[in-house]
Design a binder for this molecule. Structure first.
Ligand SMILES: [Zn+2]
Length: 156
């Protein structure tokens, strides 16, 4: 099992290559376990499960923009769920046959970090559900709208 996983990950042509030791220093123990070891956080424990603020979700390891709040939906599974990535090329999909299941792993293309899995029980029309660990994400709220909604605008 360990070897199979190591082999699958060594095939990644990630843009950011750094040693396991560096990742271990930069990430929290939980982020390291998920992003670099492919673990899954316990359902309903992540900070973004029920979040519906407007903004974008970036990779917690490298900052690459991965998912937008407009694609987020409440799947009831206990993990943040998205119907599609913000930019298709930002993620890489890879078959994952660990744990005796046929799943598709979702990986950050820039750093090779494990984000979660994609399942086929999402909303129409595509039917995809990107089931992503909260701790693999860093939320960035959308900037305030330009123009008249901005409070305290000078010159009026
Ligand atoms: Zn990344």
């Amino acid at each position: 099992m360990r070897n199979a996983r190591a082999r699958a990950h060594s095939g990644a042509a990630a843009e950011i290559q750094q040693s396991d030791e560096q990742w271990r220093k930069e990430l929290t123990p939980q982020q390291y376990a998920v992003l670099r070891r492919g673990h899954t956080e316990r359902p309903f424990t992540g900070e973004y499960v029920h979040s519906n603020e407007r903004g974008s979700y970036r990779c917690a390891a490298c900052g690459s923009e991965l998912f937008g709040s407009d694609a987020k939906f409440d799947s009831g599974t206990g993990w943040p769920s998205f119907s599609a990535p913000a930019i298709a090329q930002a993620v890489e999909l890879r078959p994952d046959n660990s744990l005796l299941m046929h799943r598709t792993e979702v990986i950050c293309r820039r750093c090779g970090g494990h984000l979660g899995h994609v399942f086929g029980d999402g909303p129409a029309p595509a039917g995809d559900r990107y089931c992503i660990n909260s701790c693999a994400l860093a939320f960035e709220p959308a900037p305030p709208a330009h123009g008249r909604d901005r409070p305290g605008r000078p010159g009026w």
